[in-house]
Design a binder for this molecule. Structure first.
Ligand SMILES: [Zn+2]
Length: 480
């Protein structure tokens, strides 16, 4: 018998706000001492009252609009009760009755074709703390730095049917949320986490099989392996009766390549959801809603088409539209210098090379894009040599305040009014000092000319139009 896999995903994404969801503690504690980013509110001390961080609602709404959701204009917070040592209040403040966004859609494309994955809802909630197990001491410590860091949970309908579709969906989610600049979405950093709900049924059946939930996958590759394993396990149980499938939560062990039962699947009733009386309902008025809607960026496809219309190749348009930071760099620099084709060449060569060397992702690009455009203009106009412009660009990566023309002038990199006589003097000196290269060149060794060219450029400190230098050098060598 043929089977089909039915998959729904719950994706937790850490929002990139400065502070936590209900207090003013910093939400960024990477590398900080344990319990150094905490206050009585996020430690769940009795009598402390939470205050909703407006930026979290901004980001939640924006994420919802990116995923084609309807926004609940009155959105409320609820208590989800459970006990665990990393949850100081013994409940999580989340959204159950009126989440910020509902009824969305994410479009994906795989080898099986195009598909729309329905989004059931996006809710805002607080993260829990972290338990740190010290094996040598036989003790467990608790770190509350992460408690109340804002999350959104994106719940899909069970519309996915393969690991390939899950991969396409997660990559699309990541691209859209990064475009909206609401989240980093880096699975390796834990800022995007994904639980997989999976069941198997005979192909064509409309009855869902027994569903298991898998946790603890740290990469898209691990998720794909977990789906393959779990699908196989379900089919084996159905066909061969190797085990009785039960609705449960399972832990994926990527090193062993297996999933293990963690706990029987809890139901909503177990959590005793009820409205959190300490958090006022958030009312999103027209002005607020319109401001957020106006800040939603164009989708990657729209940008790609626009770039192709500007004369970029499909390949380059695709590469630039992959990241909103590259898009902004391209658009702002093009506007500053009026030469989009030149800008894309610089981005795909120099900018990407420097990012790579610094082990930075596209999202970490922090250039002053207008100044970058100006640097390109100065180079195209022959005021700065290409070699020196690379050095200036490198410096601009480290210091956003650099103004290219002033920097070039201060560092003796500005090519003044071209003075042929001055260049000629230097070239003559170089040619006279190296008769061997001259005779080698005359004897047919092309490379010898490059050696002379390099020496001249060095004497000129790179402040010379290479074409102009080549003409003068050739003339000099032939007359020597
Ligand atoms: Zn706090």
């Amino acid at each position: 018998m043929k089977y089909e896999t039915v998959i729904g995903l719950e994706v937790h994404v850490e929002l990139a706000t400065e502070s936590k969801i209900f207090c003013s503690c910093s939400a960024h504690s990477f590398g900080a001492d344990p319990n150094s980013h905490v206050c009585p509110a996020c430690c769940g001390m009795p009598g402390m009252l939470p205050v909703v961080n407006r930026r979290v609602v901004d980001f939640g709404m924006k994420a919802g609009l990116m995923l084609n959701c309807d926004i609940n204009r009155v959105t409320t917070f609820d208590k989800k009760s459970y006990y665990y040592p990393d949850l100081p209040g013994a409940y999580q403040t989340t959204q159950w009755f009126a989440p910020v966004a509902v009824n969305g859609r994410v479009d994906i494309e795989t080898s099986a074709g195009k598909k729309s994955v329905r989004i059931k809802q996006i809710h805002m909630e607080e993260d829990a703390g972290k338990l740190v197990h010290d094996i040598s001491e036989g003790t467990t410590h608790v770190d509350f730095n992460r408690t109340s860091v804002p999350l959104i949970e994106i719940v899909s309908q069970p519309d996915l049917s393969s690991a390939e579709e899950v991969e396409a969906y997660l990559i699309r989610l990541r691209t859209l949320l990064r475009y909206a600049k609401v989240a980093e979405c880096e699975m390796a950093h834990g800022t995007m986490r994904c639980d997989v709900n999976l069941s198997v049924r005979p192909e064509g059946s409309d009855v869902l099989g027994v569903r298991t939930e898998m946790k603890n996958m740290n990469s898209i590759e691990a998720i794909k392996r977990a789906i393959a394993y779990e699908t196989e396990r379900h089919i084996d149980a159905i066909e061969n009766g190797t085990e009785v499938l039960v609705q449960e939560t399972r832990r994926w062990d990527d090193a062993k390549g297996k999933s293990y039962a963690m706990r029987s699947k809890e139901t909503a009733g177990d959590y005793r959801y009820f409205p959190d009386p300490n958090v006022m309902p958030v009312v999103i008025d027209d002005e607020w809603f319109n401001t957020i809607q106006a800040s939603v960026p164009e989708f990657p496809e729209v940008k790609r088409e626009k770039y192709i219309a500007l004369g970029l190749t499909e390949y380059d348009a695709e590469r630039i539209s992959e990241s909103i930071m590259l898009c902004e760099c391209f658009e702002e620099a093009s506007e500053a210098c009026g030469n989009p084709k030149e800008v894309v060449n610089w981005i795909t060569s120099d900018v990407m090379r420097i990012l790579n060397a610094k082990q930075m992702t596209y999202e970490m690009l922090n250039l002053d894009n207008k100044a970058f455009g100006k640097l390109i203009s100065l180079t195209v106009d022959g005021k700065i040599s290409r070699a020196n412009s690379k050095k200036i660009l490198s410096a601009m990566f480290d210091d956003r305040t650099i103004e290219p023309e002033a920097y070039a002038e201060a560092n003796d990199m500005l090519i003044g009014e071209q003075n042929d006589d001055m260049i000629l003097d230097i070239v003559k000196k170089v040619v006279e000092s190296d008769p061997k290269s001259v005779s080698d060149f005359k004897g047919g060794k092309e490379k010898a000319l490059m050696a002379l060219f390099g020496k001249c450029m060095k004497e000129l400190k790179g402040n010379c139009d290479p074409q102009q230098l080549k003409v003068i050098l050739l003339e000099c060598v032939n007359n020597a």
